[in-house]
Design a protein around this ligand. Structure first.
Ligand code: 3PG
Length: 211
């Protein structure tokens, strides 16, 4: 079973979940502050940099406005370490039996990725209702999700990968899309230059997309 009660409020609280990679804990804290100031409180810190776990712990400690999750969780060790660091939700590009077992034993909700109809049926059988759809654009994008909606009526998606200001609203308009994920609200160049106000402006624009 998926911990829907904990996951749903996070994913319905904002139309865009920032998917970020940071090189230091300080970057993570400044970024989380800047995004929350723009209205994007939930943030997915990906485990793609060695600083990810420190950044999650620092955000949890120093940015009470943020709801910090962990992304690019590829195995149970990642999952457990991210939970220990204080993550409030866990995101993976896919799902394995081991990850599902770990999620079952954890209070921290899991958003796994699934794309093909057979994968989706298997996830439904496991009691999952909300899934990441990754990489969204490369996997068939809007047309693919639209085709799934009448067939797999119980499922909702967070498409991520290739989602941008140009197509985010179209994804959000689909009946089976709950929110989208994207890195465009936290460009590396702005992070490195410490241009936090510009990140806040990008976040405010994204936060207004659900309306
Ligand atoms: C992810 O991990 O969800 C994606 O890499 C984010 O994709 P994007 O950079 O195309 O937004």
């Amino acid at each position: 079973m998926q911990n829907i009660d904990r996951l749903l409020p996070i994913l319905t609280g904002q139309p865009v979940i920032p998917v970020v990679a940071v090189d230091t804990a300080d970057e993570g804290v400044n970024l989380a502050r800047a995004l929350a100031a723009g209205g994007l409180r939930a943030i997915e810190v990906t485990m793609r940099t060695p600083a990810a776990l420190d950044a999650i712990a620092a955000i949890v400690a120093d940015v009470p406005d943020a709801i910090c999750g962990a992304g690019t969780i590829l195995n149970p060790d990642h999952y457990k370490a991210a939970v220990k660091a204080g993550s409030k939700f866990i995101v993976s590009p896919g799902a394995t039996v081991e990850l599902l077992d770990t999620a079952r034993d954890s209070e921290i909700p899991f958003l796994p990725g699934s794309a093909t109809p057979s994968e989706l049926l298997a996830m439904m059988q496991e009691g999952y209702e909300i899934l990441k759809f990754f990489p969204a654009e490369q996997s068939g994008g809007l047309a693919y999700l639209k085709a799934l909606a009448p067939v797999l009526q119980g499922l909702k998606f967070c498409p991520t990968g290739g989602v941008s200001p140009d197509n985010a609203k179209d994804y959000l308009a689909l009946p089976n899309v709950i929110c989208v994920g994207g890195s465009w609200v936290a460009p590396k160049a702005l992070i490195k230059a410490g241009r936090w106000d510009e990140i806040t402006a990008l976040a405010a624009n994204a936060a207004g997309m659900g309306a």
